[in-house]
Write a protein that binds this ligand. Structure first.
Ligand SMILES: [Mg+2]
Length: 225
């Protein structure tokens, strides 16, 4: 019997793409740079690649933050702006952005009426709390676990060890993990014997993994949990 649900934040509850595009546009404005929408996919690709390397343990979080805007700005031939300084502006604007994924309110309201709800995110702690609060979603959570808070990240076993260390009397097989990322969420949750619910919003393939359930819309989770 499921007693608690862990749920990822970015691209599961909050639309990271919309938030990041807003933050990129605002940061370009801060530095007096011209922004056009064709630039955003360059960030998306570089950012996704770096997060993937982070999940595999090839780079640290601070290396990711240190590298990503140096790399993106380099792609645009913008050499006179310090990537670390740009990263600070980007982070500030991300903190201000809380665009929700469709159905986020409804599904959290539903799940929180039946289960304990914990956020499980590889994002920065205060930033994620602030964004959930701004999106008026924080009220549904019994706890927010972030890699920054715990010192380890999904999909590492140590991340889930730390989460369960903070929850009394609930074992992994009494929990479900909902997330959009096969590498961070589904792989991590499956290895930890949690019921995995893949939020497959882009109609992708499971790449050799076997989520217990797959949904294309958050609201479909009502049929599962
Ligand atoms: Mg995610």
């Amino acid at each position: 019997m499921i007693k608690a649900v862990f749920i990822d934040i970015d691209d599961t509850l909050l639309d990271f793409g919309k938030c990041a595009e807003y933050a990129m546009r605002e940061s370009f404005r801060d530095f007096g740079l011209d922004f056009n929408r064709n630039m955003f996919p360059v960030f998306t690709e570089i950012n996704a690649g770096l997060w993937h390397r982070l999940e595999k343990g090839e780079i640290t979080k601070s290396e990711l933050y240190g590298k990503r805007w140096v790399t993106v700005l380099g792609e645009f031939g913008i050499a006179h702006i310090d990537g670390s300084e740009f990263e600070r502006h980007f982070q500030k604007h991300i903190s201000d952005s809380a665009e929700k994924v469709d159905g986020a309110d409804e599904i959290l309201k539903y799940l929180s009426s039946k289960y304990k709800i914990y956020a499980a995110s590889n994002g920065p702690h205060e930033q994620q709390i602030g964004r959930l609060k701004k999106a008026k979603l924080l009220q549904y959570f019994d706890g927010v676990f972030t890699s920054e808070l715990l010192g380890v990240q999904k999909p590492d076993k140590a991340f889930f060890d730390a989460c369960f260390g903070k929850i009394d009397q609930i074992s992994p097989n009494e929990t479900a993990l909902i997330g959009d990322s096969l590498s961070a969420d589904i792989s991590g949750g499956a290895k930890y014997n949690m019921k995995t619910v893949w939020f497959n919003k882009n109609n992708g393939t499971a790449e050799g993994l076997h989520p217990d359930c797959t949904v294309n819309e958050l609201i479909e989770i009502k049929n599962i949990l």
